[in-house]
Design a protein. Structure first.
Length: 387
């Protein structure tokens, strides 16, 4: 009886305890990984909110400036819409700040600065409404407005820095937890292989399900960041890529450029032949754009007939001009042979880092403005940011 216990029962009991301890260790580490991943996702949401906030502020400034210069009420609609976006974004930020109390003061400062900024812009709009034309004395608040913009950008830059460092810490912790989980998994596999064959098979099945979940997550992430029609990256995919490219470019002291592209004449084709042909045309244009760029460049469809191209690393301005000419030339032809009036053009606005702007938010806005300069100059051409 004693021998039986020594040979079978005691080893089985010890193995069972080790097995239970190993499994508990793995589950604990996996729960920590999930927790850390969730916290890292909160960081990414905050970083994305900063991009949205900055873009909305720039668009609001453009709307106010456009109204002051043209007295066109359409610009006021854009201005009011961006104010709503900023307000909603601050509500989202307020909820996320529960995870990052150290950022509460920074965002409080940003909110106050933006409020003061809008007070100045509202003052300019009220003067315009009263006078009915551009009031020259509005330039008196121009310096104050620029100062506020600079302060807002500096504060957002500090927040971005804090969030980036926080994200790096979470990634390091996740890597450490993954290693610990792998060590526990090795012990678990050895115990299962030696004693519990059936349990070993069940564990393999569990890891297969985890792998399937990762593949499904990858598929969902692809759908979230890519345009269903053209297969190009969408606006979210572009923002994710451009933020990472901007960080790498700044770290390596490289140059990059943004091509903001809008098709000329697409609405006519769409209205004449219908949305079905318009979709085919967009797919064809996306294919031609993709064929014309280098492998390490990045192109996305922002929506409608708007595309954006990130030229990662270039030697000189002439290289950008040649690329722009190639993009214009490849589109300037009948794209769908069975239709007679399907020709479109493309207007391209070009902004460069660090010559035109030293932050990622301004670069996109400047490229968009340069694109409108190209349209005003006659369409189907390129334009750099006006110096």
């Amino acid at each position: 009886m004693l021998s039986y216990k020594k040979v079978i029962v005691f080893p089985l009991l010890i193995a069972s305890l080790l097995l239970a301890a190993s499994m508990m260790w793995i589950f604990f580490e996996m729960s920590q990984i999930i927790k850390l991943t969730t916290q890292k996702d909160y960081v990414d949401e905050q970083r994305y909110s900063i991009v949205v906030l900055s873009n909305a502020l720039s668009n609001a400034e453009n709307g106010q400036r456009g109204y002051l210069l043209t007295n066109n009420a359409t610009f006021l609609e854009s201005y009011d819409n961006e104010k709503v976006i900023i307000q909603n974004n601050f509500e989202k930020i307020s909820k996320l700040n529960k995870q990052f109390p150290e950022l509460v003061l920074h965002f409080s400062i940003v909110k106050d600065l933006i409020s003061r900024k809008f007070n100045l812009m509202n003052k300019g709009i009220q003067v315009q409404l009263r006078t009915g034309s551009y009031a020259s004395h509005l330039s008196l608040v121009k310096d104050d407005s620029k100062l506020l913009t600079t302060q807002i950008k500096l504060e957002l830059s500090e927040v971005s820095k804090i969030l980036y460092e926080t994200r790096q810490r979470y990634e390091q912790k996740i890597k450490s937890k993954i290693k610990a989980t792998l060590y526990g998994g090795v012990v678990l596999v050895l115990l299962i292989c030696g004693i519990f064959t059936h349990s070993y098979k069940r564990t393999l099945l569990l890891f297969e399900k985890v792998s399937e979940g990762e593949l499904e997550l990858t598929s969902l992430n692809y759908l979230a960041t890519h345009d269903a029609l053209t297969g190009l990256n969408n606006r979210r995919g572009f923002e994710d890529y451009f933020m990472s490219t901007y960080v790498k470019t700044a770290r390596r002291l490289n140059r990059c450029a943004v091509f903001y592209m809008d098709l000329d004449g697409f609405k006519v084709v769409n209205d004449t032949y219908g949305h079905k042909l318009g979709d085919k045309l967009l797919v064809k244009v996306a294919q031609l754009f993709s064929q014309a760029i280098r492998e390490h460049d990045f192109i996305a469809r922002l929506g409608g007939d708007e595309f954006v191209l990130v030229v990662d690393r270039y030697e000189n301005r002439q290289e950008l001009i040649q690329l722009a000419d190639r993009l214009i030339a490849i589109i300037d032809q009948p794209l769908l042979s069975q239709y007679k009036h399907d020709r479109v053009g493309v207007s391209i606005g070009i902004a460069t880092y660090p010559e035109d702007a030293e932050d990622v938010f301004s670069l996109i806005t400047l490229a968009d403005q340069a694109m409108y300069q190209a349209k005003e100059a006659g369409k189907n051409r390129w334009s750099f940011v006006m110096e």
